[in-house]
Write a protein that binds this ligand. Structure first.
Ligand SMILES: Cc1ncc(COP(=O)(O)O)c(C=O)c1O
Length: 492
């Protein structure tokens, strides 16, 4: 292998060979990006990746360089046309935000500056601290509480539940492990709680039995009597309750548990109160939701997502913990090669490291896209976008209620509507088949992207309106098209 000497102009790096060519290409990319996002509503909400494109994507790893322009052309041909769809105004699947352009630019500069925000003395941790301070203030957490940005709600919940376990198990679980507990450690959450909480409890070595499934009321909020009864029974059986997880917006129907009552139970029972606010915590910004979230500010920890209803590009979640020391003690581990000295100078100076508050050592500068988006729009505008989605959910609910062939399947929680096409006279199985096909057609014809769920055994279409681009007429269209497709597919 030939390595040119150190001073030759051909000295090889991964920088562009020709900066001016790269400048021109980057300008072109930016123009294309703006055109693409500006025209999002003119494209189908979704289209399948054609078979030939799937084949084209399958290559062996390139061993030799390609021209940057040809890499970009390939991206434009094989990748850009086939997104998930969540930049489109009629994407309402699962629970996803729609992104912000400033957030995308923040992502670009995050990669360009490319800092590792695990630790060290540089500006990125200061930006993350600032963003965390804004979020603490938003949800009513004290300034001395701690927090960090995470990949999403799943990691946020894992952080909160880990601190809960370590704090409340009554011994040094980091050292001795769960096998040293004097009885099974158990946490509590409603049956409507997101599966990532179960994963967290399993990951913590408590088994899926370690998360007690509590029944819900008709509005899908946790049944408090059932919760209290389960805690009593578990204590009587020698188990060690350590945490209650409350929902600020469930994934199926957007239900908000009675967070005040859960905080009271936790206070009385000396349990950690964790709130899964992945969906709804940021709705404290919305005038038409804020009151429903009362009690969240009493939590010991909160997980929330900024890539959902705050529309920050993926990934952007957050964990907040009221008790900074407990938080740090759950995750801090400082071997010699990461040791910090109080009087260190330069890049290694400063004792605060975000890696002391979570599992990751290397961490991206995801705070930048959050900081830039919040600076650009201001929290009040985010609040108005959230409030409008809630109004749109009510509007869609009214449209559905006015159509005899459509049926609401659950009370409307926050911005989530569950409904189905039901012309009457069809048995459950046929109704389910029909609604599955309606959903398939809505997606495949590129019209709209609800998802689905099953509530009390009833299959229904689920519209989760975390979308700042949706307009009221988009819901007129959804109803019109559901009816059209339903009539076309109805078995005779
Ligand atoms: C209520 C709730 N909690 C947690 C999560 C997991 O969050 P993430 O996908 O950001 O990891 C979700 C995801 O939809 C959710 O709806």
């Amino acid at each position: 292998m030939h390595f040119p000497s150190r001073d030759t102009p051909e000295y090889e790096t991964l920088d562009p060979k020709d900066w001016e060519e790269m400048r021109a290409l980057a300008h072109q990319m930016m123009d294309d990006a703006i055109d693409w996002l500006e025209s999002a509503s003119e494209r189908p909400v979704w289209q399948a990746v054609p078979e030939e494109v799937q084949q084209q994507l399958k290559t062996s790893a390139p061993q030799l360089p390609s021209e940057p322009t040809s890499v970009y052309e390939e991206f434009k041909r094989d990748i850009l046309p086939y997104p998930l769809g969540n930049t489109h105004p009629r994407f309402w699947s699962w629970y996803m935000g729609s992104g912000t352009f400033m957030g995308a630019l923040g992502d670009f500069f995050c990669s360009l500056m490319n800092p590792n925000v695990g630790g060290g003395n540089h500006v990125a941790p200061l930006v993350e601290k600032q963003v965390i301070a804004w979020i603490k203030d938003m949800v009513g957490f004290p300034a001395e509480s701690s927090g960090l940005l995470t990949s999403g709600g799943s990691m946020g919940n894992l952080v909160g539940i880990t601190v809960a376990r370590n704090t409340n198990c009554g011994y040094d679980v980091r050292h001795e492990g769960v096998r040293a507990a004097s009885g099974p450690l158990v946490a509590y959450a409603s049956v409507e709680t997101h599966s990532c909480n179960r994963k967290a409890v399993e990951t913590l070595g408590l088994g899926s039995e370690g998360l007690r499934n509590i029944a819900v009321n008709d509005d899908y909020t946790i049944n408090l009597d059932a919760l209290q009864a389960q805690i009593n029974a578990d204590r009587a059986a020698g188990m060690i309750p350590f945490c209650v997880i409350g929902n600020a917006g469930t994934i199926n129907t957007g239900a908000i548990d009675d967070l005040q009552a859960l905080a009271d139970i936790c206070q009385k029972e000396k349990l950690w109160f964790h709130v899964d606010g992945a969906i709804g915590a940021v709705a404290v910004l919305a005038d038409n939701v804020r009151d429903q979230l009362k009690g969240m500010e009493r939590a010991d920890s909160i997980a929330l997502d900024l890539h959902k209803w705050m529309h920050i590009p993926f990934e952007a979640g957050c964990a907040l913990v009221r008790h900074e020391v407990a938080h740090r003690e759950a995750f801090s581990l400082t071997p010699e090669y990461l040791a910090r000295e109080a009087n260190a100078r330069g890049i290694a100076s400063g004792m605060f490291w975000f890696s002391d508050y979570g599992l990751q050592l290397s961490r991206s500068f995801r705070a930048l896209k959050v900081w830039m988006s919040i600076k650009e729009h201001g929290l009040q505008r985010f609040g108005r976008m959230i409030a409008r989605n809630v109004e749109q959910a009510r509007y869609l609910g009214e449209l559905i209620a006015a159509e005899p062939q459509l049926e609401l399947c659950a009370p409307i929680g926050l911005d989530i509507i569950c409904y189905r096409y039901n012309p009457g006279g069809l048995e459950q199985q046929k109704l389910e088949r029909l609604n599955r096909d309606i959903l398939g057609e809505l997606h495949e014809q590129g019209i709209a992207a609800p998802s689905y769920t099953t509530l009390n055994g009833v299959y229904c279409l689920r519209v989760a309106i975390a979308n700042h681009r949706s307009r009221f007429e988009d819901f007129d269209l959804l109803v019109r098209e559901t009816l059209r497709i339903g009539r076309e597919l109805e078995p005779t």
